[in-house]
Design a protein around this ligand. Structure first.
Ligand code: HEC
Length: 183
């Protein structure tokens, strides 16, 4: 290959490489602060703890359920502790990694799950880029929650509402297939 055509070819490649590097950096996850999350940690909703106002369910994979529940039930908000698992409908969940894991999402990871009587399988996971089954970006909505709510929308924390009535949400919660798990 002649030198001139090599330069012509390699310039766009270099640009792509640089932008990938930048995207990677702006959305980096610190592997040392990542908690191990597999499908098994996502339980049937009735095995989780319901928040006092009844909006969503919580758990804590580090055994610190008390601290997670305290924030979920607080009337003034707060930062969820590492290990927190938060769920509204069975197919979507948020998990809090150790402090410093991902600055953009305040250490939350978003999950889209396939749930069945066999349990939960992780379909999509990540930070600011995860899209739900209706084509919405999890982070794009959840970041609208006022800062004291740590990206948790609830019914009145400032997020645009879901296109689902409370009744529909309750019906989806009550028909979690994992609760009929065959052992
Ligand atoms: C269109 C905006 C929107 C999108 C997109 C969205 N959410 Fe939500 N999410 C909400 C709202 C609003 C609520 C609160 C609904 C309620 O309680 O009535 C909520 C509730 C939740 C809850 C319960 C805790 C809370 O914040 O109230 C979790 C967990 C959750 N969503 C995870 C996800 C995940 C994971 C995704 C992507 C796979 C996602 N959401 C996509 C707006 C959105």
């Amino acid at each position: 290959m002649k030198k001139s055509s090599f330069i012509r070819l390699s310039k766009p490649l270099l640009l792509i490489a640089c932008s990938l590097l930048l995207i990677g950096r702006s959305n980096s996850q610190d592997a040392d602060r990542q908690l191990p999350v597999t499908g098994d940690i996502f339980k049937c909703l009735t095995e989780m703890t319901k928040s006092l106002n009844g909006d969503f369910f919580v758990d804590n994979i580090l055994g610190n359920l008390e601290a997670t529940t305290a924030v979920a039930n607080s009337e003034t908000g707060g930062d969820y502790p590492p290990g927190s698992v938060v769920v509204l409908v069975p197919s979507e969940a948020m998990v809090k990694h150790e402090a410093g894991w991902n600055a953009a999402t305040n250490d939350w990871e978003f999950f889209e799950l396939n749930v069945s009587e066999q349990g939960s399988e992780i379909n999509v996971r990540g930070t600011t880029e995860v899209i739900n089954q209706f084509g919405g970006n999890c982070f794009g909505c959840h970041v609208q929650a006022r800062p004291e709510w740590d990206l948790i929308c609830g019914t009145d924390h400032g997020c645009a509402p879901l296109p689902l009535t409370r009744e529909t949400i309750a019906n989806i919660q009550n028909s979690d297939p994992r609760c009929n798990k065959e052992d």
